[in-house]
Design a protein around this ligand. Structure first.
Ligand code: AMP
Length: 421
């Protein structure tokens, strides 16, 4: 199968060839013909499956088939993403795949001045990528009108629902013209996601893909049983001993992410943290430094890490296991990209033991247990309830008012409920 077989037009094929993409991924093969035919789509796919190109390519193709300049503030394609990083990355994908086409695109998100965004909009854009809050803001001020939207994409719906964007999404949807093509994507399909999609899609094609087996197969997954207060010494040891090159670390809270980055810098390991409390400029700089190799380590919370698309991440380290087993797959999918080998290390303390069990059930594999000097038998044998000193590190973080970043922040951590699938 080639992109030519999917009837992708020459300017797009040239851009794909330039990027080194020789064949479409499964979601691209399955989705593109339907999308070119004008069908609505519900795609269950995670980052790493090539889902962005699966909607960017047909949208660009359809825009170029009927090219006409878009009036100021009236886009033809609207793509909504939950985070600034993801929105920026989608906008970048339009630039990359559309590099041999004539069209205008821009991205709007909060946390930065609106002036430059308003200026771009006033010149007329065909494709607008946006986070929900800033989009509504600019709509309320009259800078964006949705009456011309022909293609409407909601990316990572599950995450948007998690982040409490339901009202915003409904408001956006109510401003769309009656006739448009809707493309919805979600990493997981919950009852809430299903109900939301059901109401808004017309006779949609449903496509579900798991991350390419090869992606997960390329990742060597290991777990380190360790008490909370030994997690940092273990981390430091591993980074140095294994001479890790480009490491993405996940922490449970923003405060913890800062602490880890700070402590690594003190140990002369170049690190920075990205999370929702950082300004857009700080986040952009950290991402840029990480991509360029100036930073060896980037510490992130789940939400901030959504949309991080950096190839050649040698190691993903779960300093804390995620509350949601599905997030584990998202996280580790950041390494082992483009056929490269990757390593995913998870630190599991006693109070995270049940989360590990849920993850293993989800991925239908036992994660290999690593032997190391900080091994905690208590953590290994725990059944998920709080155990001895396991909370010391977290205790400190909580005392300073740190909270989890996701909408699950109020969820009880222990015992961890096993989700039936
Ligand atoms: P996504 O799932 O959209 O986040 O894409 C994951 C990664 O796969 C990105 O780095 C894309 O640039 C890359 N990608 C998308 N389509 C292809 C393809 N057909 N062949 C190889 N890589 C691709």
């Amino acid at each position: 199968m080639s992109f030519g077989n999917l009837n992708i037009i020459d300017p797009l094929c040239r851009a794909l060839a330039k990027e080194g993409y020789t064949a479409p991924t499964p979601i691209q093969t399955l989705a593109i013909p339907h999308l070119l035919n004008g069908k609505d789509l519900m795609g269950i796919a995670q980052t790493g499956t090539g889902k962005t190109a699966a909607f960017v390519l047909p949208i660009l193709q359809k825009i170029s088939e009927q090219h006409r300049p878009s009036p100021p503030g009236v886009p033809r394609a609207l793509i909504i993403a939950p985070t600034r990083e993801l929105a920026a990355q989608i906008d970048q994908s339009f630039a990359t795949y559309g590099q041999f086409m004539r069209f205008r695109h821009t991205v709007v998100f909060g946390g930065v001045r609106q002036g430059p965004q308003v200026k771009m909009l006033s010149q007329g854009v065909d494709v607008l990528v946006a986070t929900p809050g800033r989009l509504l803001d600019l709509m309320n001020q009259g800078y964006i009108m949705l009456r011309g939207v022909e293609f409407f994409v909601l990316d990572e719906i599950d995450r948007m629902l998690d982040m409490g964007f339901i009202k915003d999404m409904k408001r956006i949807v109510s401003a769309l013209p009656p006739k448009h093509q809707s493309l919805f994507f979600s990493a997981t399909m919950s009852r809430e996601t299903g109900e939301f999609a059901e109401k808004l899609l017309t006779d949609p094609v449903r496509i579900e893909v798991t991350p390419q087996a090869s992606t997960l197969e390329c990742i060597k997954q290991s777990v380190f049983f360790v008490d909370q207060n030994n997690k940092f010494p273990l981390l430091q040891r591993l980074i140095v001993d294994e001479d890790m090159e480009r490491v993405l670390i996940f922490s449970r809270t923003k405060h913890r992410a800062d602490k880890i980055a700070e402590a690594l810098n003190k140990s002369r390991i170049n690190a920075d943290a990205i999370h929702g409390n950082k300004s857009q400029n700080q986040r952009t700089k950290a991402m840029h430094d990480f991509k360029s190799g100036r930073l060896r380590v980037l510490v992130a919370t789940d939400i901030a890490a959504r949309g991080i698309d950096v190839d050649e991440i040698s190691h993903v380290i779960n300093f804390d296991l995620p509350n949601e087993p599905e997030s584990y797959i998202h996280r580790i999918g950041r390494t082992g990209r483009a056929g490269a080998d990757g390593k995913a290390y998870s630190f599991c303390a006693a109070d995270e033991r049940n989360i590990l069990r849920s993850i293993e059930r989800l991925i239908r594999t036992k994660v290999a247990v690593m032997e190391h000097q900080y091994h905690s038998e208590t953590a290994k044998m725990a059944v998920g309830a709080a155990a001895e000193s396991a909370n010391s590190y977290r205790g400190r973080a909580t005392a300073r008012g740190s909270r989890q970043e996701s909408a699950h922040k109020s969820a009880p951590r222990k015992p961890y409920p096993v989700r039936r699938r």
